[in-house]
Structure formats: structure tokens, C-alpha cells
Design a protein around this ligand. Sequence first.
Ligand code: ADP
Ligand code: MG
Length: 393
Amino acid sequence: MIDQEMKQAVLDGFAKEFGDNEGVKCYFAPGRVNLIGEHTDYNGGHVFPCALTIGTYAAARKRTDRVMRFVSLNFDGSRRETSLDDLVPNDPKAGWTNYPKGVVWAFEKRGMKLETGFDMVIIGNIPNGSGLSSSASLEVLTGFAVRDMYGFDVTNQDLALIGQDAENNFNGCNCGIMDQFASAMGKKDNAIFLDTADLSFDYAPIHLDGMKIVVTNTNKKHKLTDSQYNARRSACEHALSQMQTVCDIKGLGDLSIEEFEAHKDAITDDDERVKARHAVYENQRTLDAVAALKAGDLEKFGQLMNASHVSLRDDYDVTGIELDTLAEEAWKVDGVIGSRMTGGGFGGCTVSIVKDEAIDDFKEKVGKAYKDKIGYDCTFYIVSIGDGPRVIE
Ligand code: ADP
Ligand code: MG
């Protein structure tokens, strides 16, 4: 139903912006929420995200010249026109279209040249910049549409790598592979247990009988996500280079807790040692959480979610008062299985697993405590786990 409404919106938008919508196709790619395994994906560790039923929709059609035109129905004044001969990274004038342009650039870099441009109108129903990866959904959406329109021979996993390349090297955010992978490889009612060291993965069914996944948005406006994110990544890379002088590892995710504790003094900077500790312990928590889930021990899963938040707060230092308030207030509510920040941090959202009968209480108590302390409202979304990118027929 939502799919059809969104399809109609982008088709109408396309006709309005570009004259008609003859021969236009409609596409979708999901956002994602990560259940556990945060800031481990660029350390060769494990993550456990799932694709959502919310995401970004596009209407697109090839052109006969080299022009590309983009419109987002989410923002006024979003229209941008560019050309296949003008794929310059990080052009401030391009604004949001650096994401789709980056994807085209990443295809071309891999030898898949577009002879002609295309027109594309998009609309998303992911809260923007909230840590549910609207950017990855836009990248995977563009990649999926380009593959379909131009007939390129790439897998969904390739689309994830193309999206990450666009985000890293065209948009300047050094994210790991998790977000694009979760969007490109999503499967209804399943989380993806991904080893980012070699991209091996397994689907894990999520049966939350009598519970829901609740995402709570801090609605925090001013974040320094990219610069802080890149700083954390550099700290981990430096810590890794020092650990490699004493251990035969490719990433911090290769270290067991015992190996880390035995050799951690090789990391000379105190702060970098603490950051590396998060990466190693969070990786182990992710392995333990997936094992707990498989054993049907949701309580343990929830405790590991809470411990993940504590580590992101105290060791990795990526939470802030808004996310801490949401998580800490959630922990006090009966019927909350677990709650933690999700995504890069510094704002954005928490993810909580909440029993059905406790949801009203959760919203009321957490919502009130948040408003009292932070001064504005948070927003709650009950989310469902959905499939990866697709054509909307
Ligand atoms: P997140 O990926 O967590 O949602 P980011 O800051 O990484 O947050 O990405 C948000 C950016 O992605 C927006 O600022 C915008 O440039 C782009 N974007 C995502 N969805 C849309 C959309 N529907 N329309 C236009 N731009 C979008
Ligand atoms: Mg993003």
C-alpha cells in the first residue's frame, strides 16, 4: 500500500518536473537499523543490521544526451542538473545529488560507462540524517536503478560496494560497508550477520513474538558526524598499525578479547587504546548476541545491546546527552528487552526491543524524560524488517 502511494508520488513528481512520465520505472531501496555491532564495520569486525520497510523511492528514465537531472520531493529547491562529463567529487553546489552522482562515478570507475544520462525523481520516508542510513538507501537505490536501466552485470553485493565507494570517495565520509550492505542485501524478517573482514554473511530470522523494534529519534539537529566519524576511524587505524607490530592481524576485528588484553600496551596512546578496546569488545558482543538469539535467549541479547551502548558512551565516546538520555531512560522501563544507540552516533536514533504491552509506557516515560532534560521532543517509530532493493511494479 505504502509502496503504491510512494510510487504514485514519484511518478506524479516526474511528470510535473520533466513534462511526462512515459516509460518511467519505479524503484525502492531500504534504510537499515543496526541491532548490534557498532563502529566495527571499518575494523574488520561483525555487524548485525536489518533492512527496514522504509527507504527511498525513485522514478527514473534514460535520456538520449549526456545530461542527468535529479529532483527530491523531500526538499524544496532540490532540483539539480549535471552531466556525465561533470562527475567532480564533493561539489558543494551539487548538494544531495553528490550521492547519486557518486554512484554513477563509481560505476564508471569500474569500467561501466553510461553513454547517456537519465532523469530521476526521488522521495524517501526515512527520517533524514537520523542514523537509519538514508544516504546508503539513496546510493543503493541509484545503483539498482542504473543497473536496471543500463543492463550492467553487477550483483546486489557489488551495489553495496559501489555505494560505499560513492560515500567514501565522492562524498568524503569514510563509512564501512555495513549500511550499503544491509540495504542491498536486506531480507524480510531477517537480520544480516555480516563479517566485514571478508563479507561472508548469514541471515538470522528475527521472530519477535509479542515484541516490536522501536526506533527513537533524538531529533538533534547540529551534528559533526562525518568529521567525528573519520576521527574515530583514524584512531582505530593507528591503533591497528601498532597492534600489528605484535600480532598477525588484518583488522582489530581479528583480535579476541584475550589477545587484545595481552598485547594492548603496544598501543601507545591512551585514548586510541580505549577506542580499540571498544572495537574488540563490541565485536565479541556481536558474536555473543547472535549466539544468544539463535539459542532463543532474548534477554541476553537485550543485555548485550545495553552493554554496547555503555561501551559506545564510555569508551568510544560517540553518544552524547541526547542518545544517553534515550537509552538510559529506556533501561528503566519494565518490558524493555534492550536499548542502544544505532548508527554512527552523536545524535540520530536509538533502537529498542520492547514488549507489546510496554510500548505505551515506554513512549510516555522516555518521551517525557527526554523533553524534560533536552528541551524538545523525541520521535518514536515502530519499524519492520523488510526486503532489499526492488522494482515497484
Ligand atoms: P543518514 O544516512 O543517517 O540518514 P546522512 O547524513 O549520512 O544520514 O545522509 C543524509 C543525507 O543523504 C541528506 O543530507 C541528503 O544529502 C541525502 N538524502 C537522503 N535521503 C534523501 C532524500 N530523500 N532526498 C534528498 N536527499 C537525501
Ligand atoms: Mg548516512
